[in-house]
Write a protein that binds this ligand. Structure first.
Ligand code: ZN
Length: 156
């Protein structure tokens, strides 16, 4: 075969009449002059004819029923769709959300209301941030007294 020879796929397409008239005419002129491509065409034609002569086999039964039966035997049952939730199933979640929101508002108000003159709730809310927990013993004299910069409300 030469570099100008068509590919085997093209010769097969020529054999099956799958090309345009222009391509077919061009290939036909090449096949008439090239003995190697002519031999390829003859070989493909012989193979096609031999394949056509093969006996047609039949199973004698419906294979699809066998496959369906095997699929049904191996298939896992589908999970049941989740039942629709009723309104009272959301009550605990709503109560929790309400409690969390109330606590957040309470703490947020205590932390941000310092300039409004509400000192006592602010100090009580900030007690959790003190270096020494309320009611615990002091490890040293410095530990119980916060520095003035850290605690503008005064030492306790
Ligand atoms: Zn050729």
């Amino acid at each position: 075969m030469h570099e100008s020879c068509p590919r085997t796929v093209d010769i097969s397409a020529y054999l099956d009449h799958e090309q345009s008239a222009v391509e077919r005419a061009r290939l036909q002129s090449h096949l008439a002059t090239c003995p190697q491509c002519g031999a390829m065409l003859a070989g493909l034609r012989g193979l096609r004819d031999e394949l056509r002569e093969l006996p047609e086999e039949t199973l004698g039964f419906d294979l699809s029923e066998v496959i369906r039966g095997r699929l049904a035997a191996t298939a896992r049952p589908r999970p049941a769709p989740s039942p629709r939730r009723r309104w009272f199933e959301f009550v605990p979640m709503g109560l929790g959300a309400g409690a969390a929101l109330s606590l957040g508002l309470f703490i947020g108000t205590g932390l941000t209301a310092g300039s409004a003159g509400v000192v006592a709730p602010r100090v009580a809310a900030l007690a959790v941030f003190d270096p020494v927990a309320p009611g615990s013993l002091c490890a040293g004299a410095e530990a119980c007294f916060a520095r003035p910069a850290a605690n503008p409300g005064g030492a306790r």
